[in-house]
Structures are given as C-alpha cells and as structure tokens.
Design a protein around this ligand. Structure first.
Ligand code: ZN
Ligand code: FE
Ligand code: FE
Length: 188
C-alpha cells in the first residue's frame, strides 16, 4: 500500500537527510549552470562576430559582460554555501551552443536571415537560463537563504532583460529585413 511505503521511506530518512538531499540537488544544479555560463563566455564572442547588424552585435557584447558577472555571482553563491566553485557538464547548454554553431553553417554570412537565426539560438539559451535561475532563486528562498535568492535574482533579471532585448531587435527590423532580402534573392 502506498501509505505504508511512504511511511517506511520517511522512517528511513531523517529530516536532516531530506534537507541535505535538497541542498545537494541545489549545489548540483549550481554546478550545471556554472559550467553553462562559463561555456557561454566562449560561445558569445563567436555569435557576436557572426552577427551582421550592429544592434545585435552590441546586444551580444553587452550580454557577454553580464555573463562574466554571472560567473562571478555563482562563485559568490558557492562561497556562501561553503562549497568549492566547480562546474559539471550541462548537456542542455552544450546542445544549445552546438545549435548556435550549426545555424551559421545553414545561413549566409552577412545576411539578416543569419541574424534572425542567431537571435533564435540566443533566445533558446536565455530561456534555459531563465528557467534555471527562476527555480534556483525560489528554492534558495524556500531554504531560507534569502541572501542567495537575491544574488540569483539579479542574474535572473538580466537574463530576462537580455531575452526581451533580443525580441525587440528581431521585431523592430531584423525579421523584416530578413524577409525582404529573401524576396530580393528570389527575384534577383
Ligand atoms: Zn547568464
Ligand atoms: Fe543542464
Ligand atoms: Fe544569458
């Protein structure tokens, strides 16, 4: 019976074990995003260089500086937890970065279609980060670590702003230009 099973499970795990289990999960998730942010400091310059429009290059370059700050903030959080700052390979970010590289193979250099594709790849990255920091900040608050929740919240806001800016850049010109250039391409 499920009730018996649950009771048995609870009997085997003291509340201290349960607390540690959540904290361990939390630290593992921090390692994942720490690895991801560090990889992004290498991937973003490539995306910036591949972009054609100045607005997009500026946005990526600004977010690169923020990303370096995100790495430092995570190191701060590890310290606040008395843990060593260590990364653990994030399969999701590895895949998203690969995708950002493959769109360069699939689009022409100097085209707005390439910029539109880079924006999509970058927004996929931002959404992964928003999900991660959103969850981590909430968990930190639940565990009573409001200091950590606040630090993670700062990064969360910057990821959200970066995502919004990318949407703006796309809808205020790049998408339209990409459509125009593809029409010209067909006609010419
Ligand atoms: Zn970040
Ligand atoms: Fe991951
Ligand atoms: Fe980001």
């Amino acid at each position: 019976m499920p009730t018996t099973k649950t009771r048995k499970k609870n009997a085997n795990h003291s509340s201290t074990d349960t607390d540690q289990q959540l904290e361990k999960f939390f630290v593992d998730a921090l390692k994942d995003i720490y690895w991801a942010e560090k990889q992004l400091t290498k991937a973003l310059p490539k995306m910036e260089k591949a972009s054609t429009s100045e607005e997009l290059r500026d946005a990526i370059s600004t977010h690169l500086s923020q990303t370096e700050e995100h790495v430092s903030r995570l190191e701060e959080v590890f310290e606040q937890l008395g843990e060593k700052a260590r990364g653990k390979k994030c399969e999701a970010m590895e895949g998203l970065i690969k995708e950002s590289e493959s769109v360069l193979e699939e689009t022409e250099e100097g085209s707005m279609t390439r910029d539109a594709a880079i924006i999509m790849a970058a927004q996929k990255v931002e959404h992964y980060e928003i999900a991660t920091y959103g969850t981590l900040a909430q968990l930190a608050a639940t565990m009573g670590r409001h200091d950590i929740a606040e630090t993670l919240g700062l990064t969360l806001n910057e990821e959200r702003k970066a995502d919004e800016l990318l949407t703006e850049i796309a809808v205020n010109g790049i998408n339209w230009k990409a459509e125009q250039e593809s029409k010209e391409g067909v006609m010419g």
